[in-house]
Design a protein around this ligand. Structure first.
Ligand SMILES: Nc1ncnc2c1ncn2[C@@H]1O[C@H](COP(=O)(O)OP(=O)(O)O[C@H]2O[C@H](CO)[C@@H](O)[C@H](O)[C@H]2O)[C@@H](O)[C@H]1O
Length: 623
C-alpha cells in the first residue's frame, strides 16, 4: 500500500530528462487519429470503417519509425519494402471485407468503436498453453466483428513445431531498437490479417527456442523478464509505427494488457510517452487472468527495464519477513503485475466472483489491499468461448457429431474414447475426465488423494495434463496400478482434449482457485456434466442441480462442492454418479440445460464495451 501511495505522489516522470532515449516519443511526430474517427456512422460498420480509413489518410501521415536500424536508414527503398507487405495485407483485408459485406445486415451494432491493442504472451491458434491463449485468440475477433479496429501483439515463438503457426505472417519491414537490459535490442514485426483482426508478432531471437512460451522441461526460462519487457516496448510502438492495411492505429488507442507479461505497458505509457505528449488520450485496461503469476524479480533488475528511476515505486515490492530467505534479506523486489495494477486506467478480471476474491486475503496473492484500493475501477466479466471451435455438431477432432436435439452421437463419442484409451467399452459405466495444467491451482493433489477411494466404485477416469513433473510421474504410475479404470495422458494435446470433452459423462475441476475456467464451459456445451470446486468463475458458471425445482423438471447444470476437501469432492462425485446411473431423465435434463447455455463471446464483448466507455470518462494515469 505504501508503495502505491508513493507512486501516485511521484512527479511526472522523466520530464526534462536530459537525454531522450531512442524510444523517446519526443522525437515522434504526434498524430491526430481521433476516437471520433471510429465512431459508428449510420451507414454501418464496414462503410464507416472504409470512410474513416480514407479520412485518416488525408489527415495523418504515418508516424516515422522512432529508432530505425542502420539498414533502413541507408536503404532508400525502405518504405517501398513496407508498402509491398502492406499492399498484400490490404488485398487480403478487402477480400475479407467483401465477403463480410454480404452479411452486413447481421453485424451487431455498437455505439462507439475503438482502436484496440491487445498485448498478450499467448494468442491461439498461434500460441497457447492454456486459457489465456484461448481468450486472446477469440475475444479480439468478437470485438472486431462488432466494429472495432483490433490489433493483437504477441511474440513470434519459433521452436520447430510452432513455426507453421506463423506461416501466413509477413515481415512488415519495420525495425525498432528498444533501450533496455544495458543495450539496444532490435525487434521486428510480422503481421497477419485474419478474421478482421491484425495479428502482430514481435520477432526477436529470444523467442526462438525449444519449449513453450514460458519455459521448457528444466523449468521457467531465466530471461522471461527480458522477453516480456521487449514485448511491452514493442506493443507500445506498434500502433505508432506499423502501417497495417496501409494505416497506423495512431495514439488514441485502448490497450488491453493481459496478465503480468504485458503489465509494463501502462507503466511505459505513463513513464515514457505521456510526459512527451504521446498517448496522452490513450487508455489502458489490465485484464487479470491469473493473479498467481506476477513477474516478481530481484529489485536490482529494475535498472534493466529502461524506466526512469523515479518510477521505481510503481513496481516496488517488499516481501513480508516470513517470506525472506535470510536475516539480511530485505525482501526488496520488483513486481511487474503490481505496476499495472497501480497504473492501468481500469482493471478487469475474467469473472465477477474472481474480481471479489482477489480483494480478499485468501485470494489476493499479497495484492489484495492494493486491489481493494482500486475497487472503483475493478470489474469482472465472465469469459466466453469460441463456439465454432467448440461445437459438438461440427468439431473436427471428434469422431461423431451431435446436438441438443439428437444426443446419440455423444454415446458414440464415449464408446470411441473408451476404445481409443483401451478401456472397456461400457455405455453404463460413468466416465469421468480431467483436463488441465498440472499445477497447484488445479487441485490435482486432491485427485491424487481421492483416487484410490473413487476407483473402488465402478467408474472409469481419464486425466489429460502436463506440468508438474511429480504429478506427471504419478499419472503414469496410477495408470499401471489401475489398468482397468484409469488413464493418465501426459502432454498437451488439443485434439484429445476435444475427444475427452465429448466422450466423458462428467468433467471434474477441483481447482483451488479459478479466475474463470474454460473447461467447464466447453464441457457444458458438449453435454458433459461439470463437478467443480465452488470458487471464482466455476461458482459463477456452474449452477447446482436441484432435481425438484421447476415443478419437478429440475434445474442446474452440474455440482459445485465446498470446502475443497477429499470428502466434499467425493460427495459431489457420488451424487453425480448416482444420478447418471439411476435417474436417466434427470441426467438428460442436466446435459441439455448445460448445452443450451449461451457462452458466446458476443455477450462478454458487449460488457467489455461498457468498460471501454467508462475508461474514457476519467483522465488517464499520468503518475
Ligand atoms: N494438456 C492439455 N492438452 C490440451 N489442452 C489443454 C491441456 N491443458 C489445458 N488445456 C486447455 O487449456 C485451456 C485451459 O483453460 P483454463 O481456463 O481452464 O485454464 P488456465 O488456468 O490455463 O487459464 C487462466 O486464464 C483463463 C482465461 O481467462 C481462465 O479461464 C482461467 O481461470 C485462468 O486460470 C483449455 O482450453 C484447455 O482445454
Amino acid at each position: 500500500m505504501a508503495a502505491a501511495l508513493r507512486v501516485s505522489c511521484s512527479p511526472v516522470a522523466a520530464r526534462g530528462s536530459a537525454k531522450p532515449s531512442p524510444l523517446d516519443p519526443a522525437i515522434c511526430q504526434p498524430t491526430a487519429v481521433g476516437l471520433s474517427c471510429w465512431k459508428r456512422r449510420a451507414c454501418g460498420p464496414l462503410f464507416a470503417r472504409r470512410r474513416c480509413v480514407a479520412e485518416r489518410s488525408k489527415e495523418d501521415p504515418p508516424v516515422p519509425v522512432l529508432a530505425e536500424t542502420e539498414d533502413e536508414k541507408t536503404q532508400p527503398d525502405g518504405d517501398a519494402e513496407v508498402s509491398v507487405s502492406s499492399a498484400a495485407v490490404i488485398d487480403n483485408r478487402e477480400e475479407e471485407e467483401e465477403a463480410e459485406g454480404t452479411e452486413e445486415e447481421e453485424q451487431p451494432q455498437t455505439r462507439l468503436t475503438y482502436n484496440i491493442v491487445f498485448v498478450t504472451a499467448e494468442a491461439a491458434p498461434y500460441s497457447k498453453t492454456g486459457g489465456l491463449g484461448d481468450v486472446c485468440g477469440s475475444l479480439p475477433i468478437a470485438l472486431a466483428t462488432r466494429g472495432h479496429r483490433v490489433m493483437v501483439v504477441s511474440p513470434r515463438y519459433l521452436n520447430g513445431d510452432s513455426d507453421k503457426n506463423f506461416a501466413n505472417a509477413v515481415d512488415v519491414g519495420r525495425r525498432i531498437k528498444i533501450p533496455c537490459f544495458g543495450g539496444e535490442q532490435e525487434v521486428t514485426f510480422f503481421h497477419e490479417y485474419r478474421a478482421g483482426v491484425d495479428w502482430v508478432f514481435v520477432d526477436h531471437f529470444c523467442y526462438h527456442r525449444d519449449g513453450n512460451p514460458y519455459g521448457d522441461r528444466y523449468g521457467a526460462f531465466g530471461d522471461n523478464q527480458f522477453r516480456f519487457t521487449l514485448l511491452c516496448y514493442a506493443a507500445c510502438e506498434a500502433p505508432l509505427v506499423l502501417p497495417l492495411g496501409g494505416y497506423i492505429y495512431g495514439q488514441n488507442c485502448l490497450f488491453l494488457v493481459n496478465d503480468w507479461h504485458a503489465s509494463l505497458v501502462p507503466v511505459l505509457l505513463g513513464a515514457k510517452y505521456r510526459p512527451y505528449g504521446v498517448y496522452k488520450d490513450a487508455r489502458s485496461i489490465l485484464v487479470i487472468h491469473n493473479l498467481a503469476h506476477q513477474g516478481v524479480e530481484a529489485a536490482t533488475t529494475y535498472q534493466n527495464l529502461g524506466l526512469p528511476s523515479e518510477w521505481y515505486g510503481a513496481l516496488e515490492w517488499v516481501f513480508p519477513p516470513w517470506a525472506r530467505t535470510h536475516a539480511l534479506d530485505k525482501g526488496e523486489a520488483v513486481n511487474i503485475l503490481k505496476g499495472a495494477i497501480v497504473t492501468a486506467d481500469r482493471i478487469v478480471t475474467v469473472s465477477q466472483g474472481y474480481s471479489w476474491e482477489i480483494t480478499t486475503v485468501e485470494g489476493g496473492h499479497g495484492l489484495n489491499e492494493l486491489l481493494s484500493s482500486r475497487k472503483s475501477v475493478l470489474n469482472g466479466i465472465t469469459n466466453g468461448i469460441d463456439v465454432d471451435d467448440w461445437d459438438p455438431a461440427s468439431d473436427k477432432f471428434i469422431p461423431f457429431h451431435y446436438s441438443i436435439d439428437d444426443l446419440s452421437g455423444k454415446a458414440q463419442c464415449k464408446a470411441a474414447l473408451q476404445k481409443e484409451l483401451g478401456l472397456a467399452i461400457r455405455p453404463d459405466c460413468p466416465l469421468i475426465g480431467f483436463i488441465g495444467r498440472l499445477d497447484y491451482q488445479k487441485g490435482t493433489d486432491l485427485i491424487k488423494l481421492a483416487l484410490p477411494e473413487l476407483l473402488q466404485d465402478d467408474i472409469q477416469f481419464i486425466m489429460l495434463g502436463s506440468g508438474d513433473p511429480d504429478t506427471e510421474d504419478w499419472m503414469r504410475s496410477a495408470e499401471s496400478t489401475y489398468r482397468e479404470k484409469f488413464r493418465g495422458w501426459v502432454g498437451f494435446n488439443v485434439s484429445i482434449s476435444h475427444r475427452i470433452t465429448a466422450g466423458c459423462d462428467i468433467l471434474l475441476m477441483p481447482s483451488r482457485f479459478e479466475p474463470c475456467g474454460l473447461n467447464q464451459l466447453y464441457a457444458m456445451r458438449y453435454g458433459t456434466v461439470p463437478v467443480v470446486h465452488c470458487t471464482g468463475g466455476l461458482r459463477d458458471t456452474v449452477e447446482d442441480f436441484h432435481p425438484f425445482a421447476e415443478e419437478g423438471s429440475g434445474q442446474g447444470s452440474g455440482w459445485t462442492f465446498s470446502p475443497l476437501s477429499k470428502d466434499s469432492m467425493l460427495g459431489a462425485l457420488t451424487m453425480a454418479i448416482e444420478t447418471f446411473r439411476e435417474h436417466k431423465s434427470s441426467w438428460e435434463g442436466l446435459m441439455k440445460r448445460g448445452m443450451s447455455r449461451d457462452f458466446t463471446w458476443d455477450s462478454a464483448a458487449a460488457q467489455y464495451e461498457q468498460i471501454f466507455e467508462w475508461v474514457f470518462v476519467d483522465p488517464p494515469y499520468v503518475g
